[in-house]
Design a protein around this ligand. Structure first.
Ligand code: NAP
Length: 296
């Protein structure tokens, strides 16, 4: 059976992912709250729906990629939401990063309409979304993961079934602890390099191929040197993910001292009105403390 795919949420990540589904040959219907973001996909021959419910009426696998837990709830269950028109036997794949607990609640509600749900949060930045090289961590039933696999493979390179419903979101939070601690390390190291009077580009080149190399260093390090704060992932969304980490850690009773500190550093940047900048602008919080800035 050819699956007809629906896609809800064409932001920084959703754009590239939806384009890759079209490139893989899937029939695709898209919806975005801000209609202008559907234009490029319409040109690439996607159908554009007027509501999420219309997407559900035309699709059997529906991918969601919106910002936060209340936003997923809204596109699923509010008036004109997906739930209104979802067809029995459909599969919802939620690629947003949201609460693992809410994910399980949404899955139970969808089951009332014989619809399965996978949590399939993503990692790899806007570059990964465009290139179809995302890492996708999937929670849900094995049969549903198998059904979703061709769709997931059109959007990502490393697809890992990590457990039952909600496990994908928990692993994504693991990912976020690593991402922000890595970014703080990159920021601290680059400030140190500047204070030590070395050539920053050469320092970056020298260390990225060794044991200290990382995605954040290679992709966001050069942006920091150029003071290019355009977002692959905004500070506001990063802060949202750290809030989810803190909530989960509180529930688990796990100490996360360093991630808690980074949550507060991002908050200082939000308070300065920088929430729309990329998460690598974390370096600005350290520059403030250090009293000097990189390449300024
Ligand atoms: P984004 O560019 O800010 O896009 C957010 C999308 O969600 C937009 O399409 C937005 O619609 C839609 N949206 C938000 N609230 C909504 C609501 N209440 N109702 C309907 N639509 C709503 O964000 P993004 O970077 O693509 O991130 C999307 C998800 O992927 C987030 O959960 C994020 O944490 C996760 N993620 C992002 C990255 C990254 O590097 N960017 C990496 C991994 C995971 P409008 O266009 O109308 O605003």
């Amino acid at each position: 059976m050819t699956e007809h795919i629906g896609f809800v949420g064409l932001g920084i990540m959703g754009q590239g992912m939806a384009h890759n589904l079209l490139k893989a040959g899937f029939p695709l219907t898209v919806w975005n709250r801000t209609t202008s973001k559907t234009e490029a996909l319409a040109e690439a021959c996607a159908q554009v729906a007027e509501t999420p419910a219309q997407v559900a009426a035309q699709s059997n696998i529906i991918v969601i990629c919106v910002s936060d837990t209340p936003d997923v709830e809204s596109v699923l269950f509010e008036k004109d939401g997906l739930f209104e028109a979802i067809q029995p036997g459909s599969l919802v794949i939620d690629c947003s990063t949201i609460s693992p607990v809410a994910t399980q609640k949404f899955a139970r509600k969808l089951a009332e309409k014989q619809t399965a749900m996978l949590d399939a949060p993503i990692s790899g930045g806007n570059e990964g979304a465009v290139n179809g090289t995302l890492a996708i961590m999937v929670g849900g039933a094995t049969a549903d993961v198998e059904r979703a696999m061709p769709v997931l493979k059109a959007m990502g390179k490393t697809i890992t079934h990590v457990g039952d419903c909600g496990a994908g979101q928990t692993v994504k939070l693991v990912n976020q602890i690593l991402v922000v601690n890595n970014m703080l390390g990159v920021a601290e190291a680059l400030l140190f390099a500047q204070a030590g009077g070395v050539d920053l580009e050469k320092a970056l080149q020298a260390v990225e191929a060794g044991a200290a190399g990382s995605w954040m260093l290679s992709n966001r390090g050069p942006q920091v040197l150029e003071r290019d704060w355009r977002p692959g992932f905004t500070i506001d969304l990063q802060q949202k993910d750290l809030r989810l980490v803190l909530e989960a850690a509180d529930k688990f009773g796990t100490p996360i001292p360093s991630t808690s500190l980074i949550f507060q550093l991002y908050r200082t940047l939000q308070k300065q009105g920088l929430g729309a900048e990329g998460n690598h602008a974390l370096v600005k919080a350290l520059e403030h403390v250090a009293g000097f800035a990189i390449n300024e």
